[in-house]
Write a protein that binds this ligand. Sequence first.
Ligand SMILES: [Zn+2]
Length: 99
Amino acid sequence: MVLSAGEIALAQGPGGWEVAEVSNQSTGYCPEAGSWPAVEEALDRVEVAHPGRFTDEFVFRRCPECGERNVVKDGSFVCAVCDGDLPATWNFDVPAEGY
Ligand SMILES: [Zn+2]
């Protein structure tokens, strides 16, 4: 089970390597921004300082009409491919073949 995913940039700080930027931007796994605690736990475990949150958060939804993965922009829950409505809640736990 994947707990979170995204991109991370490290930089040298006064105490060693630290997180400069971290996001949940993974169009493969499309994790929720609420997955931060799993990232925090992993960074704490290896003692890398971090900002305590994603510095950039992305909202992903799968289109129930066409199955496309979407990044929700400006709070517009509309599919970029078919203009179908996107659900208010994260839905990547629903199998794609269900659509
Ligand atoms: Zn669609």
